[in-house]
Design a protein around this ligand. Structure first.
Ligand SMILES: NC(=O)c1ccc[n+]([C@@H]2O[C@H](COP(=O)([O-])OP(=O)(O)OC[C@H]3O[C@@H](n4cnc5c(N)ncnc54)[C@H](OP(=O)(O)O)[C@@H]3O)[C@@H](O)[C@H]2O)c1
Length: 305
């Protein structure tokens, strides 16, 4: 099968190449998925699991990309819950070969059915941003109607979904980002916007929840805004600061079938939309991930037309 592979961590994105790889087999509890669309996060090439397996053994050449939408083509021994021919989408294991390929073997529990009226391209754009936003807001942040939420990077991949879900949940949403992102963040549902380059975060006043994607100085300043009993949730690694009287939680997104289904339902009925910047074929994927001009939104690879 055709796949994008990486062999050299130092080479970064420029080290991605299109190669011929053996089609994977579905192990116990796996499904083999015929990939129709694939999502990739640039940060993946910096993470250890892209280069080594769970025992720390070199697993190059490895296939990156961990988001997918496709069709189940085979079941491993003992696999239940999904059927051959079913449309699915989801998030694959970081320590196994990924989705920038014609086929991927993935544990069935990492996938959810993709409704027939949700396009494969949209399906592949949802798992990381959707699950990260869902888990940060509802599982870790326990957001409630009437609370105020500061959403950093509100016009970006994760932040735009956090903004939409928080607004739907009845929270007052204060988005942040660059000046040029103001209108995008407001269009996604932010009630207010803070331009991190020229406005002062201190003017925001007290908030119940901060959803941080940056870490560093911005996280430190945000921790000071949290009301007693509030929560700082970050996806940028262990937090460098904590609220004086509240929780600080950092987490890494996990696959979850029920949450994927909630997200798909919101896309179907128009409550949620994702930011897709570019689509490209697998043959053109390396060029698409090494753009000459800045692309806003996610790059989704259409593995099958
Ligand atoms: N822990 C986890 O499970 C997890 C899960 C998903 C993502 N992540 C991480 O979370 C981060 C965000 O992911 P994403 O997909 O949302 O990224 P993204 O789509 O690039 O969004 C980031 C947003 O923040 C803006 N921004 C960046 N630097 C800024 C600054 N200094 N001041 C103001 N605005 C700034 C960006 O604007 P520009 O585009 O103009 O720079 C963009 O709008 C990444 O580092 C990713 O690796 C972690």
């Amino acid at each position: 099968m055709k796949a994008i592979v990486v062999t050299d961590q130092a080479a970064g994105l420029a080290g991605m190449t299109l190669a011929e790889r053996p089609r994977p087999a579905a192990a116990g509890n796996d499904v083999l998925v015929e990939v129709h669309a694939s999502g990739f996060t640039t940060g993946e090439l910096e993470w250890d699991p892209t280069w080594v397996d769970r025992l720390g053994r070199d697993r190059t050449p490895s296939i990156p990309g961990h988001e997918l939408a496709g069709v189940v083509s085979a079941l491993g021994y003992g696999t239940t819950g999904l059927s051959v021919g079913q449309r699915v989408f989801g998030l694959t294991d970081w320590t196994r070969d990924g989705t920038l390929a014609e086929y991927v073997a993935v544990e069935a529990r990492n996938l959810a059915p993709l409704p027939g009226d949700v396009d494969f391209t949209v399906g592949a754009s949802l798992p990381i941003s959707g699950l990260t936003a869902w888990q940060g807001l509802f599982v870790h942040g326990r957001v409630q109607a009437g609370q105020s939420v500061l959403v950093h990077g509100a016009a970006g991949g994760v932040g735009s979904v956090v903004t939409q879900l928080a607004r739907e949940a009845g929270a007052h949403v204060i988005g942040t980002g660059r000046a040029a992102d103001r209108q995008t963040a407001l269009d996604f549902g932010a009630h207010e916007f803070v331009d991190l380059q020229s406005d002062s975060l201190d003017e925001v006043g007290g908030v119940d929840l901060v959803f941080d994607i940056f870490g560093g100085e911005i996280l430190k300043r945000s921790a000071g805004l949290i009301r007693a009993g509030g929560t700082l949730v970050t996806i940028a690694g262990p937090p460098e600061a904590r609220p004086a009287d509240g929780l600080a939680i950092d987490f890494v997104v996990e696959a979850d079938r029920a949450q994927l289904s909630e997200i798909a339902q919101r896309v179907r009925d128009g409550r949620l939309r994702t930011l897709i910047g570019t689509t490209a074929t697998l043959d053109d994927a390396v060029a698409a991930f090494n753009p000459t001009e800045r692309v806003k939104g996610k790059t989704v690879i259409r593995v099958r037309p």
